[in-house]
Design a protein around this ligand. Structure first.
Ligand SMILES: *Cc1c(COP(=O)(O)O)cnc(C)c1O
Length: 366
C-alpha cells in the first residue's frame, strides 16, 4: 500500500466543477488584478474569522513582511520569535533590516515558551511573532500580557492555523495583526500562492491595504515604500469555493489525530492538545529518538512522512551572522532531531490510517 504524506487530488476531484466554473468566470470578466472575487473573499474570510478587516496578499511570507512594515518595523529594531518554524517567520524580519531574536520552545506544544521572552527584551524590541505551529495556538494570554507590559506589537503567524481557536477565539485575530498563507498544502490552500493579513485596527488595516499596492492609497500617489503583493483574483475565486469546507476539513484532521493518538500513545510521544486550544493538525508530528530509522522503515513500506523542521533557524547558515550556536535553544534542537510528521489530510482513508498505525507498531516491536 502507498500512503502519501499529502495529496490534493482527492479534494480537487470533488470540487472540480466548481473550480472550473470559477476559472471561467474570472477569465470572462478580464479582471485579473484585484477583481471582485478578492474583496468578496476578504469579506467572507473576515466574517469566518470574526475580525474587522482582512486584506488578501500574494503569499504568507509577504503577509508577514507587510504586517511588519505596517506596524513600523525599521532597521535596527528587534523582533522576538521562535527558532522552530518555517524560515519565513524570521526571514521577513531580517529582510527589513531588523533583528530576529529567538526564544526557545515549549516541548509539549512546539510553540514559543512565554516564560523565556522577558529576558530577551531590550530597548530595541518592538514586536513578538508567535507562530501557531502545526495548527495549535501559542500561549496568547501570557504573550499579550508581556506585550502590554513592554508596549510591543504582536503579530500572529497563523500560516498553519486557519480555523484553530484559543479560548474560543480564532487564531490570527487575538494579537494586533494576524497573517495567513494559502500555499496549496495549508489547511485552506489555493491552487497557487496566496496570503492574508487580518486586524481589528483600522490604522493598521489602511496601511496594509496600501502597502500591498506599492504604498499607494490612490493611484500614482505613494505614501510609503511598499510591495507588489496582491491576492490573485483566480486564487481568490478558488478560495471562495474552498472556504466553506474549512471547518469540516479541520474536523476530519482532528478525527485522524484522535485515532493516531489512541493507537500510538504507547509507542511514541504523541502531540498534546493544550486545554483551551482547538488544534487543527496542519501537521500531526510525533516524537521519537529513533526518528530517522522509523522514517526509513515507513518510507520502504510506502508511507510518506516529513520533518518539520530538521534545522532550527538559529543554526541555519543564512542566520549565522546573528552569532547563535548549538546549545542555545536546547528544546528546539531536540525537537528538530525527534519530530516526524505523519499523513494527516481530510481524505485519508480508514485503510490508510490503519496501515500507518500498524507499520509504526511493527517498527517498535522488532
Ligand atoms: C507556510 C508558512 C509561511 C509562509 O507562507 P507562504 O505562503 O509559503 O509564503 C510562513 N510561516 C509559516 C509558519 C508557514 O508554515
Amino acid at each position: 500500500m502507498n500512503v502519501p504524506l499529502f495529496t490534493l487530488n482527492r479534494q480537487h476531484e470533488k470540487l472540480m466543477d466548481e473550480l472550473m466554473k470559477a476559472t471561467l468566470e474570472v477569465i470572462k470578466s478580464g479582471k485579473f488584478i484585484l477583481g471582485p472575487q478578492v474583496s468578496e473573499f476578504e469579506e467572507k474570510v473576515a466574517d469566518y474569522l470574526g475580525v474587522k478587516y482582512a486584506v488578501g496578499v500574494g503569499n504568507g511570507t509577504d503577509a508577514i513582511s507587510i504586517a511588519l512594515s505596517a506596524i513600523g518595523i525599521n532597521p535596527g529594531d528587534e523582533v522576538i520569535t521562535t527558532p522552530f518554524t518555517f524560515v519565513a517567520t524570521a526571514e521577513t524580519i531580517a529582510m527589513l533590516g531588523a533583528k530576529p531574536v529567538f526564544v526557545d520552545i515549549d516541548p509539549d506544544t512546539f510553540n514559543i515558551n512565554p516564560e523565556l521572552i522577558e529576558e530577551r527584551i531590550t530597548e530595541k524590541t518592538r514586536a513578538i511573532i508567535p507562530v501557531h505551529l502545526y495548527g495549535q495556538a501559542a500561549e496568547m494570554d501570557r504573550i499579550l500580557e508581556i506585550a502590554k507590559k513592554y508596549d510591543l506589537f504582536v503579530i500572529e503567524d497563523t500560516a498553519q492555523g486557519i480555523g484553530a481557536t484559543y479560548r474560543g477565539r480564532k487564531l490570527g485575530t487575538i494579537g494586533d495583526v494576524g497573517t495567513f498563507s494559502f500555499f496549496p498544502t495549508k489547511n485552506l490552500g489555493a491552487l497557487g500562492d496566496g496570503g492574508l493579513v487580518v486586524t481589528n485596527n483600522e490604522e493598521i488595516f489602511k496601511k496594509v491595504k496600501s502597502l500591498r499596492v506599492h504604498g499607494s492609497p490612490r493611484k500614482y500617489y505613494h505614501e510609503y515604500l511598499g510591495y507588489n503583493s496582491r491576492l490573485d483574483t483566480l486564487q481568490a475565486a478558488y478560495l471562495i469555493v474552498k472556504l466553506p469546507h474549512t471547518d469540516e476539513w479541520n474536523r476530519k484532521r482532528r478525527e485522524i489525530a484522535d485515532f493516531y493518538n489512541e493507537n500510538l500513545k504507547d509507542v511514541v510521544r504523541v502531540p498534546r492538545e493544550k486545554e483551551g486550544n482547538y488544534h487543527i493538525y496542519h501537521q500531526y508530528s510525533i516524537r521519537t529518538e529513533k526518528r530517522d530509522e522509523l522514517r526509513n522503515f515507513l518510507n520502504e513500506r510506502g508511507i510518506g512522512t516529513a520533518i518539520h523542521y530538521p534545522i532550527p533557524l538559529h543554526l541555519q547558515p543564512a542566520f549565522s551572522y546573528l552569532g547563535y550556536k548549538e546549545g542555545d535553544f536546547p528544546e528546539a534542537e531536540k525537537a528538530a532531531r525527534e519530530v516526524l510528521s505523519l499523513p494527516v489530510f481530510p481524505e485519508l482513508t480508514e485503510d490508510e490510517k490503519n496501515y500507518v498505525v500498524e507499520k509504526i507498531k511493527e517498527f517498535f516491536r522488532r
